[in-house]
Design a binder for this molecule. Structure first.
Ligand code: ADP
Length: 517
């Protein structure tokens, strides 16, 4: 990678030195923030550990920012917005973004490894994910010079037109489950729109985002266009961004409860917001489906990212006549999932990203048992030889779940599938929509009419038919109901980063005297 970390080493506080000495392992060092095109030591932040969830021990020490660091980053972003970046023609911005995309493509295998160290995601998954981001950056670049306005037909005395203008300085707050993807889905459109950005990755997974800074630097972005400041949420850099009067917009991916807090904290400065929040997606398997394919999709999407994605089909709705068959297939498939060290090529599923997340999942498994659901696979921490301190959980399946149980209503964010039987289309749709969320949904049927009928009745931002988790840069993504505000990706991607200005010009210059008579 481009970061020569040793050149950027600053003071390491005592706790971190101890962790290093205790583990006997080499710690990676990310000891500078990226602000205004320079690698700087935190002014009032400090150093934190990034924990490898496979071992429960620190694998990196990382700089985090405080209020003064956010102030500097916002000032740098504002200067770039009002300076060279703001003056740059859209096609030139696009060219820079394309250069970055090419560098990203080259770096993707290493970026994927860093992500897997940070959040425990199986390397085969992070690699496949990061391997597509350069195409997304190219897509966003391609939209940069196509945000024209329109002329408005009135009469010959007036010429009116609109323009699409960048909103300004964007605070991008990303989660720990998909730090690279979330950064891509925010940085790409924000930069293409002409905004400047302060990116704050989650405190659990800051490293891959700092790696991006080196790529922006190498691509030749003007200083201050992209600033990367790891930090904490409510009591740190996240809140400073949200309350900062110099930030025009917050784009956030994370939990609904956090979004509500951000909304309240951002109210005083009347910021704009985009929220990509949780999901509890229904994955509907009709009896007439190609069940082999449907089961591949349903099991895959139950345990991908160790269950830590808002898009996963965690509520598997199965038509009663094939319910037992599907339940047996889930049990059999769970036994084939190789849980292990994230960086091992053979590993299907790594650990949960943190102890807190593992504890949350195990508490929901206990609730499922208490509520009377039938546990047909997993249900306990997974043991991985040599990684006894890791946060591993077995792929878990509950059958005979009713839609009012906590495991069907709440987003667990763990590898727990809930199988719910249904009879007929109407019940399938009613169950699918009986949720606070509305991000994604899936359905499997060979009946074309039923596919259209059912898809049209589902209240979700993305409905997949005879496929699942088909995510692409060109397809809009975002939620109905409690799943969020706004869309990422697609032709819609730049919309949340743009303002509209209407200009109205009289062709006569005549303006009547209101007081003439
Ligand atoms: P989770 O609970 O799954 O960790 P969060 O929604 O809390 O997810 O966190 C997602 C991101 O939001 C992280 O970058 C985190 O630091 C940040 N964050 C959390 N709380 C706040 C807050 N009150 N203000 C701003 N950012 C926050």
């Amino acid at each position: 990678m481009c970061i020569t970390r040793d050149e950027r080493v600053t003071v390491v506080d005592g706790g971190v030195e101890q962790a290093k000495a205790g583990s006997g392992e080499r710690l990676e060092r990310y000891e500078r923030l990226y602000i205004g095109g320079a690698w700087v030591a935190p002014q009032d932040g400090g150093m934190m550990e990034s924990i490898d969830p496979a071992t429960g021990r620190a694998w990196a020490i990382v700089a985090y920012g405080g209020a003064r660091d956010i102030d500097s980053a916002v000032a740098a972003a504002r200067a770039a917005f009002e300076g060279p970046w703001g003056r740059m023609a859209p096609h030139e911005r696009a060219a820079l973004l394309r250069r970055f995309a090419d560098l990203y493509q080259r770096a993707a295998p290493e970026l994927a490894k860093v992500e897997s160290r940070d959040n425990g995601r199986a390397l085969r998954e992070s690699r496949a994910d990061a391997g597509g981001h350069h195409t997304a950056y190219h897509w966003f670049a391609s939209l940069a010079d196509k945000q024209g306005g329109r002329t408005i037909p009135l009469d010959s005395a007036v010429h009116a037109y609109t323009e699409r203008l960048p909103i300004g300085v964007v605070g991008a707050i990303t989660p720990w489950n998909v730090p690279l993807m979330a950064a891509c889905w925010k940085l790409g459109p924000a930069l293409a729109a002409g905004c400047t950005v302060v990116l704050k990755p989650a405190e659990q997974t800051p490293c891959s985002s700092l790696e991006l800074a080196a790529l922006f630097e190498e691509a030749g972005f003007p200083p201050g266009v992209v600033n990367i400041v790891p930090g904490y949420g409510a009591n740190g850099a996240g809140d400073h961004l949200v309350t900062h009067p110099g930030v025009d917009k917050i784009t956030f991916t994370g939990e609904g409860a956090t979004a509500k807090e951000i909304l309240k904290r951002g109210a005083d400065t009347l910021k704009k917001f985009t929220f990509e929040l949780g999901g509890k997606a229904p994955h509907i398997l009709f009896a007439d489906a190609d069940l082999d394919q449907a089961i591949n999709a349903a099991t895959g999407s139950a345990w991908a990212l160790c269950g830590q994605s808002c898009a996963l089909g965690s509520r598997v709705l199965v038509e009663r006549s094939v319910y037992d068959q599907v339940a047996e297939a889930f049990t059999a498939r769970a036994a084939k999932v190789r849980v292990g060290r994230p960086l091992d090529e053979a590993t299907h599923m790594g650990p949960q990203a943190s102890r807190a997340q593992m504890d949350k999942t195990l508490s929901y498994i206990a609730k499922g048992n208490d509520e009377g659901a039938r546990l047909i696979a997993g249900g306990a921490p997974a043991e991985v030889a040599g990684l006894e301190g890791g946060y591993f959980v077995q792929p878990t399946v509950f059958a005979d779940v009713s839609n009012d149980m906590a495991i069907a209503r709440d987003e667990i964010f763990g590898p727990v599938a809930a199988l719910i039987p249904f009879d007929g289309e109407d019940e399938a749709v009613a169950l699918a929509n009986d949720t606070a969320y509305g991000l994604t949904a899936g359905l499997w049927t060979r009946d074309l009419g039923r596919a259209h009928r059912t898809a049209a009745r589902i209240r979700a931002g993305v409905v997949w038919v005879n496929t699942y988790r088909y995510l692409r840069w060109s397809i809009p993504y975002g939620g109905f109901k409690s799943s969020g505000w706004g869309r990422e990706n697609g032709m819609e991607a730049l919309e949340p980063y743009l303002e509209t200005r209407a200009t109205v010009i009289s062709t006569t210059g005549v303006f009547p005297d209101a007081y003439a008579s």
